[in-house]
Design a protein around this ligand. Sequence first.
Ligand SMILES: [Zn+2]
Length: 333
Amino acid sequence: MHCLRILRAIGFAEQACHRGQMSLARGLLRPMMAAMPELPEVETVRRGLAPHIEGRRIKRLTLNRPNLRFPFPKNFVAQMEGATLVHFARRAKYLLAEMQSTKGETFFWLSHLGMTGRFILTPPPVDKADKESQTPGVFAHEQAAPVADKHIHVDLDFDDGTHLAFADPRRFGFMDTIDKTPENSPFLARLGPEPLGNDFNEAVLLAAAQGRQTPVKNFLLDQSVVAGLGNIYVCEALFMAGISPRRKAANLGAKRVARLVPEIRNVLARAIAAGGSTLRDFAHEDGAMGYFQHDFKVYGRAGEICSAPHCSASVVRLMQSGRSSFYCPKCQR
Ligand SMILES: [Zn+2]
């Protein structure tokens, strides 16, 4: 019951976010654009923050409320304060920081951005930075649209004066800590291979598709098949691979899988590459989270002429398990 209510609330918020976000991006309204950050958005956050926080000790952690989507873990503050952030990694759409406690024990700090979660990094004060003869301007940024204080739920102070705030107006994000083995976390236990990692390949995808009667669109959204793929990039990868989202996973066959795997990687890699240049806006933007890549081939383009050369068909929108799929019925079989 509780889950259903959350899902419904997310759906509503997605539409609301979309109206603001895409009308800015294109000057047009497009129906049902999901606003959940996907793997490339999370990876870009990771890449942006890692050099500023890796190797730093947490001096102080302040929680401004008892919960986000879930309550913060018990002893969260005690566990985090004094600990060193050793490595800032990502698993699927989770940010996963390897931490070392004051006693030298390894644990993991997991955070999920939900829908509107974001980290805001403030560099050490300038005079301090000068004293430590850091290159001026390295941390420079403009805070054009500061997040309202009431939406900042977590404040982290590092030993060098770096401040990291977590803001999340809609509070679908959450945080947890994991002792020793991240694979044992209920959030990570059932995740499939990383789409950009070596464990994801044609043989693995083909084996997973065996006997699956579900449409390939839903199959690819199954996080136990491949971790971190979301609605937008699945639509785009299926278009690039010329595969209909309606095709049963069991009927993919080796040839289509051989086209699909590299297209999944390409679509994600392109979005990550596009993200790097807009990280500044991303980190400080208030309200809905934007996507880096707005030149989607099919996503959000229902009724428009397909962008494939020599194709005059229109992009079709189709509901699959409550989510919009966009595809070209002529190019995708
Ligand atoms: Zn087409």
